[in-house]
Design a protein around this ligand. Sequence first.
Ligand SMILES: [Zn+2]
Length: 376
Amino acid sequence: MLDRVRGYGVAGVTVGAVHHASRDVTPHGLSKLTVRHDGAHFPLPGDLFAGQRLRPPQGYPDVFDGLREACRTRGLKLHGWTVFLRNGTLGAANPDVTVRNCFGDRGYPTDLCPGHPDVRQYAVSLARAVARLGVDSVVAESLHFRPLRAERSFVPLGPMDAYLMALCFCDYCLSRAADLGVNATGAREECARIVGGVLDGDSPAQGEVTRAALTAYAGPEVVAYARARSETVTSLVSEVAQAVAAEGSRLVFVDSTGAVKGYRDGLPTPGLAAHDAWQFGVDLVALGDLVPSFAVLAYARDAARVADDVGAYLRSVGKDREVRAVLRPGYPDSDSADRLAAKVRAAKAAGAYAVDFYAYGLMPYPVLDRIPEALI
Ligand SMILES: [Zn+2]
């Protein structure tokens, strides 16, 4: 596998160190349909998790055995892909650390709340553990509030209603917002009143979530509450970045906004990822001072959109920051080597430090074969 990867002309490989449960079509894998479980794919260092309630479920402990050396001898960097707060196994066993909506429902067992102190301690230990594998970077996924949707709904919730229904009002989020001077209880009551009205038959809100639209729809207290979430995320990312640096590695922060917009069909909703990241507590301007590297999920068919997303990200985090563009070389974003090459050029021209390709195990070989051509 590493020889094939090196043959693509790439500089490194990002290997899943901690992943979330999934059921994936794996076109050239040992199995063609692969069931993945929540798990850390390395032996857990006992000292890091001693006395902690939250420990990652054990995955395949030998994934990284010899991998560092194998990459080094081939001139490849090795990065550790780490899913932080999306873990249904931990959430099901510890529902009190998961997010709680304005009605008091713990409806998302996959989503650990970044405001909960046990979750924050877990994230820092997890980051240290991955960094200790000797990786060149720890690539952080889901280190923020996540977009949440019900699996079945026959209520026509608009984007703003769905957003309000997903806001976390756990005790820790409430008190963190109150500490910042926000009327947190009032925000919760307002959310419950608005969403409750739609559940009772009121018309749903029209239009995408923006600060202005949300202010008009839900009022300033709710917007202040939503914005207060960025302090929770910024301080957590800061702790994680410091822990990674202390272990001799560096953090690459990946926010999910680009995936929310374009994951399904490569046709992202109009707002650029950098402009909408605040909705999940991601304050890119603040993080620009704390994190050495960012990866934009540029899940789009259109090369101009890739350039726009990279440019907006750089303007937010700072022009001198490392911003990488994550591209999908095949369906649904790229239908040819030429289109992929155009997106690589667009990302570079917009100031991207590098491009990454998602994802080796999920793409057919002929799709992966577009990569060397795109990198010329
Ligand atoms: Zn919370």
